[in-house]
Design a protein around this ligand. Sequence first.
Ligand code: CA
Ligand code: CA
Length: 230
Amino acid sequence: MSMFMRLISPAVLIVLLGVGMSSAAIVPITGVNAGVNGKPPYMLESITVGDFTITSEFLALGKSAGSTFPFSNIRYADDFNLNTAAIRNGSGAWRVTNIGGLNTYSDINGEDPDFFLLEVGMNDPVVVRAILADGTLGQAIRISKSAWGDTGLDRVGILGGGQPIGGIAFAITDLLDAGGQPLAANTAIRGLQFNSENMDPVHFSAAMIPEPATLAILGLGGLLILRRLR
Ligand SMILES: [Ca+2]
Ligand SMILES: [Ca+2]
């Protein structure tokens, strides 16, 4: 995190997040900044969707549950390390909850995209349902495999090595309630359930403003380091 970002208030952050507005929809991720000159090891720094770019400070991770192929781990989706991927093969549903460490997630950026999903191969469709605040499920939305955008990164590793890493972004208002209607922009959800049992997630995150307490701790940590250096 830059010193500039540490010093500005959450209110200012909201304004900054509004820069580069793009209408929410299910859209391809058009670029991911990671690695050195685009070469591995890949640590995610920012995600771009058209004219909208979000940096990792504003991306909250979740807590994944579900099965994977042997020697893989579903929690590989829950970090900024894009060298690890949760390789799956008829592995059933994948659920992500506890986004940003919170019980529920709500939109913070208006029309800008809320959810960011990266997958090995760009070759699997996505079926996703909202896990509503009461734990029940919304109806499924189905996203064709042609929707993946090429991030420009290729998977390194034994499972799925050499395959392109694709990305899609979508908003909470793209998800459906139990009656099949789009969720209202102010809906609080517990998380997401992906029923696409062959999709191989590399990363999942949601747009979130860092907590003021977190920013304060980061700032304080910086001060302590400076004091030690004296
Ligand atoms: Ca949004
Ligand atoms: Ca795949």
